[in-house]
Ligand binder design. Structure first.
Ligand SMILES: *Cc1c(COP(=O)(O)O)cnc(C)c1O
Length: 234
């Protein structure tokens, strides 16, 4: 867990993030209605999360199931997303709790989400995670098998594909990620133009603390920001 953040520190961070957000939005002629700022809350304590929500954070995302469950009841009313790698045996703990799973990275996982959602009579909104840097170390679909995977997943019950998500390779310079964001946007638009049944390309989730402004310039409409809001994790 990180050191508890002082209210003042969060306020300063939040101002800086919203300033950077507004500048990026201005560049592309969008408004705050067009882009979701999701706070990535891993390692952040419940009190700090609730403070952030009271300040205006409306979306939060956890990347570990255990952490999501342990904080869930303490967090005040907010949109909960799941953003981390999800093991199939933990799907049942997540589907009833979150509105959107960003990180669906295999057909096997999608099938389990479909099955568990059916059990509770829910249609689960998901994004498909794309391994846009083609890294061996990363989860996700590769761009070339994406269309077939989408067709297979879209045919499952109790699941709705709402868009795509990516975590580009770690770069020294945030600008270096622009090419990956561009690729993601192109993929997003190409898939959208194919109008695959039961697949809705509405959400493009990309961009984190160091590069969310660049991601927005390249078409992201959901950015996931942790460090820039809550400070460095140790
Ligand atoms: C932690 C995390 C983020 C936020 O990363 P920061 O660099 O701290 O902004 C975004 N997406 C995912 C999936 C994460 O796990």
């Amino acid at each position: 867990m990180m050191e508890k953040l002082s209210a003042n520190e969060f306020d300063l961070n939040y101002d800086a993030v919203t300033q950077k957000l507004d500048n990026a939005l201005l560049k592309v002629g969008k408004t705050r209605q067009d882009v979701i700022l999701l706070a990535a809350t891993k390692t952040v304590d419940v009190d700090t999360i609730n403070y952030a929500i009271n300040k205006g954070i409306a979306y939060i995302g956890e990347n570990k199931v255990q952490e999501l469950l342990s904080k869930y009841d303490g967090v005040i009313d907010v949109h909960h997303h799941f953003i981390g790698h999800l093991q199939t045996n933990k799907v049942k703990d997540v589907v009833g709790k979150v509105e959107l799973i960003h990180s669906v990275d295999s057909l096997k996982l999608a099938k389990e989400i479909s099955k568990q959602s059916q059990k509770i009579g829910k249609t689960m909104d998901i994004l498909l995670e794309i391994n846009i840097g083609d890294e061996d170390s990363k989860w996700g679909f590769t761009p070339d098998n994406l269309e077939n995977s989408i067709k297979e997943i879209a045919a499952l019950t109790n699941i709705r594909i709402c868009g795509l998500m990516a975590i580009p390779p770690i770069c020294e310079n945030a600008e270096d990620n622009r090419k990956y964001f561009k690729k993601m946007y192109q993929l997003f638009v190409d898939i959208r133009d194919k109008n695959i049944d039961n697949s809705y390309m509405d959400i493009l989730s990309m961009g984190m603390s160091d590069d969310f402004d660049i991601a927005i310039e390249e078409g992201a409409n959901l950015v996931r920001v942790g460090t820039a809001l809550f400070g460095k994790r140790y």
